[in-house]
Design a protein around this ligand. Structure first.
Ligand SMILES: Nc1ncnc2c1ncn2[C@@H]1O[C@H](COP(=O)(O)OP(=O)(O)O)[C@@H](O)[C@H]1O
Ligand SMILES: [Mg+2]
Length: 268
């Protein structure tokens, strides 16, 4: 992490977050309560990358959805730049909402298939006053995610998985965010594109002083991209710490199993 005053500023603060879903099934008629998140607290400073790691179903995406304002917490608070995001007035919402941007797992589906790349990114550039500055901005955004400007005339189905994910990132950057929420950003099928994507994300973090909330089940990806890691199981954090310390000295068996499953090398 970089030194300096801005680096130590707390950006996101989550306190005792709880998320409960009421699941109604019609046949057989049941009313189930799912305690997805059971009292989770953490904070992320500006320029920092914090990862939540755990097996499928442990509650990771629920935390992300809540921080993005999509799933209301059952209890606890989520503050962004000192404001409780679930108690914002309209003006604050308009100011703060663009500053937290998601980069979702199903990147293919989050791009409108009927729009060109140019249109997809331009839609996010609401603040840009005219066509020429918009075009310049699109080209610059594509460049910052390592894509050639010609790609802007393509449609999503004409892009590879890695290119689509870069377009997603470019669209998020168009809003000048401070925090990116990356939910399983790297597909496990395509690891060589994955490594390049991780390098890109690390570079963007430096350039734009971004913070990341990274969610993954794969510790070899998390290791390359995060400063601190929390291990999540059944809705709670069971251990946490600086990335390398935690990976080299895991105390819980569940963490050890996750490390084994991720095929980490060079751990002493
Ligand atoms: N909208 C929902 N309604 C009911 N249950 C849900 C909903 N979303 C998630 N869940 C449940 O909450 C738990 C945590 O899910 P999730 O946050 O998606 O975990 P993860 O991202 O770690 O796989 C799971 O048991 C899941 O089935
Ligand atoms: Mg998930």
């Amino acid at each position: 992490m970089q030194a300096g005053t801005t680096a130590s500023k707390t950006l996101l603060e989550v306190q005792d977050l709880r998320i409960v879903y009421q699941q109604k099934d019609t046949f057989p008629a049941t009313d189930q309560t799912v305690h997805a998140v059971n009292g989770v607290s953490f904070s992320i400073r500006q320029g920092e990358s914090f990862a939540i790691v755990g097996r499928s179903g442990c509650g990771k995406t629920s935390i992300a959805m809540s921080a993005l304002g999509f799933v209301k917490p059952s209890a606890g608070t989520i503050s962004f730049m000192g404001k409780n995001i679930w108690q914002l007035d309209r003006k604050e919402l308009r100011r703060l909402r663009p500053l937290i941007q998601p980069v979702f797992q199903d990147y293919g589906n989050s791009l409108n298939p009927r729009m060109t790349v140019n249109k997809i990114i331009t839609e996010a550039l609401l603040a840009q006053p005219n066509d020429q500055t918009q075009l310049d901005a699109v080209i610059q955004l594509l460049d910052s995610v390592g894509l050639d400007s010609e790609i802007r005339w393509r449609f999503p189905h004409q892009l590879s998985g890695g290119q689509k994910q870069r377009i997603n990132i470019a669209r998020a950057l168009a809003l000048n965010p401070k925090l990116l929420i990356l939910d399983e950003p790297v597909s496990s099928q395509d690891l060589s594109a994955g490594v390049q994507l991780i390098e890109l994300l690390n570079r963007l973090k430096q350039t734009y002083e971004l913070s990341y909330l990274l969610i993954s089940h794969n510790l070899s990806i998390v290791r390359l991209l995060s400063d601190r890691i929390a291990i999540m199981k059944d809705g709670v954090f069971i251990e946490r710490g600086p990335a390398e310390t935690l990976l080299q000295h895991p105390s819980d068996n569940y963490t050890k199993e996750l490390i084994d499953a991720s095929n980490l090398t060079n751990l002493s």
